[in-house]
Ligand binder design. Structure first.
Ligand code: CA
Length: 645
């Protein structure tokens, strides 16, 4: 009787109290575990590596105009499966990727209706999730007003973050364009300059590292940022109302059923997974067929040393000859070519370039109506009619690609513009570089003619001010752990001039060594690179440096993290074919002395070592690995090394 009564009482309670459901699933190797819970009707997830917490319970859910899907939620179904796939991409850090992951699909009910699924994809180095929204009766379109997706980091986490700038500020009111300085080793609890942070965001937890970013964003969503809520709690933020001169919504408009971009969390005890992750590409798919077999490669551009006045016929011809002498594939002709050279003379220049085996990239202003950038050509890329007319002319004149600058933020209409430019450019066989722009989010895979994006305080700042030159090594020691981990970075560096000026006698002074310049050509990954070299470097730079810059690849088959710390130093290895390049730089005041393992070269093997003495004088020497396949190296502050065989 007592037992029956108890059963009755428990059944009665179960009827009124929603017992929390918690589901746990792991990565293929079992080391990463994710737990999802609907306790109190609120959906959360947490992440552990080897049993250590990397994310505390963090919010999941969306606020939409068809319902508030952040509370009163119940896990109604849970399924897991395995995915194993191989893909090839020659324009990212690794040419062949084997991706294997556990997929968990968690279905959520609200008031007994299925409202959305959360899909987790958990590999041995990354956790990623995306929401799939479902139609509700006749409702087939919806507006997403907010994503509450959270990232609750453990206590005593420190941050390596790049603040999002306020809209309509900076040069010609072009911000935000992902060109703000990083703060490193900082406590949590700040919200940048009040507007959160640009992706990717790096955190050092008591047990390792966490890199948070997003991928798969196209015209179907907004570009997001990371907002601090309090302490070490962060959440996804949508764009700012003021972007695009205040025009357009910060919300997302989507048809149903449909999925959001992926939120990605890369975790590791060390920085290895952070440097080597391919998560931005593992979870995205190619969106259209390639109209041609795009080839990438190296090039030169006069603007970085010579600025606007160098954009004239004779100087561009000189740079074409220079690219030919270097064996480079392209010359990037920057702003004002339409005024200072003209369409007919550009056509002539293009014919000349093609006769030398060099293709031209031409610069464009993306405006439009989103900011005051006045550089021309303008109003050629903002509408489909103008764009396709221009692109037809580009194709007829053998132009290799375009560089489009000065975008207006991360609202959905702007993400659609990026996609439309890429899609149209593919119809005319053109590669596309973006500048003054947002972070690429898986675009190397989604858009086969995508080349690279700036979205970083790039080489132009070295020309603009001595402060950037003084901090060059510090910033360069961040990018392999941050900006460049998730996408191609168009930095436009590796200068061998002593001064950022055409006469090489005035202007801001380069503080870094020639070997440093060689090293960043390997460290900074982008399948298309326009280096800041100048024709005078053929005679005034060391021949070993010029010879190296002639041969250095821009596409890679593999990357291996060797050692480093964001903002202090970095050493990594990249492989192209069967040739390895080990590249290192040091920003610390003290010379960096290390014995590094070079498994790829074997024991007692002769290798080529480019290195600096204490006065940053570089040289090329032949040295031998020891019997343990090691080599001892020293890198002075602002110096570098490169090791090849
Ligand atoms: Ca820029």
């Amino acid at each position: 009787m007592k037992k029956i009564l108890l059963t009755f009482v428990f059944s009665f309670l179960a009827y009124f109290v929603n017992y929390a459901t918690e589901k746990t699933f792991t990565s293929p190797n079992g080391r990463i575990s994710v737990s999802v819970s609907d306790n109190d009707g609120k959906l959360t997830y947490s992440v552990k590596l080897d049993g250590k917490t990397f994310l505390n319970p963090s919010a999941l859910g969306l606020k939409t105009n068809m319902g508030n899907f952040t509370e009163n939620l119940e896990i109604s179904n849970f399924e897991t499966s395995k995915v194993q796939k191989r893909y090839r991409l020659k324009n990212i850090k690794q040419s062949i990727v084997d991706y294997s992951a556990t997929i968990a699909t968690i279905s959520l009910k609200q008031d007994s209706k299925n409202v959305f699924d959360v899909i987790f994809s958990v590999s041995d180095r990354d956790v990623a999730f995306s929401y799939k929204l479902l139609p509700q009766k006749e409702t087939r379109v919806c507006v997403i007003e907010e994503e509450i997706s959270g990232f609750s980091l453990p206590k005593n986490t420190t941050t390596f973050l790049c603040p999002q700038s306020k809209p309509m500020g900076g040069f010609a009111r072009t911000s935000p364009s992902y060109e703000t300085p990083y703060s490193v080793d900082e406590a949590t609890g700040k919200n940048g300059w009040g507007e959160g942070y640009t992706f990717p965001c790096l955190f050092k937890t008591p047990d390792g590292w966490v890199l948070i970013s997003e991928t798969g964003t196209d015209g179907g969503y907004v570009g997001c940022r990371l907002l601090n809520q309090n302490d070490s709690n962060y959440k996804i933020g949508f764009p700012q109302q003021g972007e695009c001169n205040g025009i357009g919504s910060t919300s997302v408009s989507m048809s149903l059923p449909n999925s959001t971009p992926w939120r990605t969390i890369t975790i590791d005890n060390t920085l290895k997974n952070i440097v080597e992750t391919t998560v931005a590409f593992d979870l995205t798919e190619q969106k259209y067929f390639s109209s041609r077999d795009y080839t990438y490669g190296k090039g030169s551009w006069s603007w970085i040393i010579g600025m606007d006045q160098s954009c004239n016929f004779d100087e561009q011809k000189r740079y074409i000859d220079f690219s030919e002498a270097m064996g480079y594939q392209s010359v990037l002709v920057d702003a004002f070519w339409d005024k200072q050279i003209g369409y007919d003379k550009i056509a002539e220049l293009s014919r000349y370039a093609l006769s030398k085996g060099v293709g031209l990239f031409l610069w464009y202003n993306s405006n439009g109506t989103w900011n005051d950038a006045f550089q021309t050509p303008i109003d050629k890329m903002n509408t489909s009619a103008n764009r396709r007319k221009e692109m037809k002319w580009l194709q007829e004149n053998g132009i290799r690609g375009i560089k489009v600058d000065f975008f207006g933020g991360d609202k959905q209409q702007m993400m659609q513009l990026y996609e439309d430019i890429l899609t149209d450019a593919n119809d005319f066989g053109l590669l596309v570089i973006f500048h003054g722009c947002t972070l690429p989010r898986g675009w190397e895979k989604m858009y086969p003619n995508y080349a690279a994006s700036e979205a970083v305080l790039a080489s132009e700042n070295l020309h603009f001010g001595q402060g950037a030159c003084d901090n060059e090594a510090f910033n360069a020691c961040l990018h392999p752990f941050l900006r460049n981990t998730v996408g191609s970075m168009d930095f436009g560096g590796s200068a061998l001039n002593k001064f950022y000026n055409a006469d090489n006698k005035h202007g801001s002074i380069r503080r870094t060594s020639d070997v440093f310049a060689l090293s960043t050509a390997v460290l900074f990954q982008s399948a298309v690179q326009h280096f800041a070299l100048a024709p005078n470097n053929l005679t005034d730079a060391p021949s070993w440096a010029i010879d190296f810059m002639k041969k250095v690849p821009t596409t890679w088959d593999e990357v291996k993290f060797i050692d480093g710390y964001p903002g202090k130093y970095v050493i990594l290895a990249r492989r192209s074919g069967d040739k390895w390049y080990i590249a290192g730089i040091n920003a610390d005041k003290q010379p960096l002395t290390k014995t590094i393992s070079l498994e790829m070269f074997g024991a007692n093997t002769e290798v080529q070592l480019y290195s600096d003495d204490n006065n940053l004088n570089g040289s090329l020497k032949t040295v031998k690995t020891n019997k343990l396949k090691q080599l001892s190296i020293t890198i002075p502050c602002n110096g570098g090394i490169v090791i090849t065989k």
